[in-house]
Design a protein around this ligand. Sequence first.
Ligand code: ADP
Ligand code: ADP
Ligand code: MG
Length: 625
Amino acid sequence: MITSLLIANRGEIACRIIRTARAMNMRTIAVYSDADARALHVREADEAVHIGPSPARESYLVGARIIAAARDSGAEAIHPGYGFLSENADFAQSVIDAGLVWVGPNPDSIRAMGLKDAAKERMIAAGVPVTPGYLGADQDPDRLQREADAIGYPVLIKAVAGGGGKGMRRVDEAGEFAGALVSCQREAASSFGNTQVLIEKYILSPRHIEVQVFGDRHGNVVHLFERDCSLQRRHQKVIEEAPAPRMDETTRASICAAAVKAANAVDYVGAGTIEFIADASEGLRADRIWFMEMNTRLQVEHPVTEAITGQDLVEWQLRVASGEPLPKRQEELSIDGHAIEARLYAEDPAKGFLPSIGRLERFDLGNASGLDNIRVDTGVEQGAEISPFYDPMIAKVIAWGETREAARETLADALDEAVMWPVRFNAGFLVQALDHPAFVAGDLDTGLIAREGDALMPPAEPSDGALADAAAALSDASAFAGFRLNAPPRREAMFLLNGAPIEIGFAEAGGEATTDEASLLVSEGGQTWELGRWRATGVAAGGAADGAADGAILSPMPGRIIAVEVTEGDAVTKGQKLLTLEAMKMEHSLVAPFDGTVAHLAASEGVQVSEGAVLARIDRTGEHT
Ligand code: ADP
Ligand code: ADP
Ligand code: MG
């Protein structure tokens, strides 16, 4: 058995791997960048090695530094986690060449599944049903257009090297194809350094169903059943569950067998996931489920599989990497109950899911982790700093129940209690999604979030009851700046909710001690607000300055400009897209705050900008000279 393990990752997955490695008596070695010097994964490991500056390109993605860290710390094996170098075959090979144990599949298996077109060719040869489409080497735009026409719209253009939901364009009619191709290739070039694309039939009523597979070095391959990851935003998973709702035994047997066949076709060793796309317009049917891609690593959503099978997949990985056979045979594995996972992102749903950064003055999933049947996998804790350098996913909350409904209610209850401030997070949005009638009914498809967008937005303000309680706690007679409308004990007074004036009616505190604080946090439904005492001065009308009042378009966070849609002098209408900023691996549109003219444009494509930088200025129609 491996006795010392370096974890070439950060955040929740590094903490997750350390937990199992420690339980298996391994010495654990973390690596960290400048930004992560005080991160949770660094403190949880037995040792930690600094590997470079904050940008991932200069630290977590530099294979040579990680191998050097393993050598210097005497680590015997490297676990790559997910993301970063986990699916980099060259890195896997250099780990092996350095005489270290690679906790993952053979580099050849990674390579075989690395490009989506080659992987599909391989699966066709192995007799696995694949999404219909064009995989040819001929990338002439006219040829691609003809192939798309022949497949029939809608189609999906996919970068063969794509991942993380990037490098994909849905095309609904022939006339849109050429433009979509150019933009897909542009994104593919900048994100993956490879412009090659494939074309797939766009599956309608799509459900994302994937199967967990595991292989060992003794020729065994098993599956650990399916997961449903259909709840997605921009092709990125948000809520995942196992087993898939409304899956029948025959269909399950068929896709799990296809997944094992796929893994065998590439001599798969370790943890892997076969992703399928299902046309669920008439329920899940084996003849309407097709191979999409294979992820040759541990998946973010592996805990739901662990919850229903009672297995520890990281332990399986470490045993397999040590040369042991799989801990269980296929017939020893079964499904017990139902599990649902929600991904907590540091982002603001109300601001178009803009990633949110800063210090976590309050971060409390504590109530959640105390609940029965709840598991919290987190990479941060109160006091931590969310930096702009990495993925905004900070934690996962996983609920298990005997039934899907029990798991769903438990998860919603746990998220309901989550508190985070002043950094924003998506717990309120997750609560809405879990409570949406279609989700409750298990009637899922990948378009649900996009379609229901506004219906899933959590309330902008706390309930009257929560506000009244907070107002009562904050008010103290001497500093009280309000006025009496009704007879006591009811008062109405001005407060500041997230910096914006608000009038609240509440019952007087009735002699109870009130807080001395100038503000307090109100949390409800997975959302957190700050209620402050009213200050007559220093508050801009409408609350916190958002830069829109004077038409200045400020960069909301550090990032890179990836598209500029306007030029100086252009007339723009309120809400029109001006620029696209890429930050924390996500794209954000900056839009015109009102009708007007682009008076000044300071941004150009490819440029790195800092938070608060003035990118453009819009003059209100009629105001410019
Ligand atoms: P999954 O299907 O498991 O969500 P993804 O391909 O979307 O897999 O990526 C897994 C996770 O790793 C996601 O949170 C993603 O944002 C993150 N990730 C992917 N690639 C990178 C990378 N190069 N660096 C850091 N994080 C990454
Ligand atoms: P990535 O490498 O970015 O994970 P995938 O090929 O796994 O790319 O696709 C990501 C998501 O895009 C899927 O989970 C699904 O929601 C959607 N998708 C992919 N292919 C199709 C398709 N042919 N039809 C409909 N939706 C698709
Ligand atoms: Mg995928």
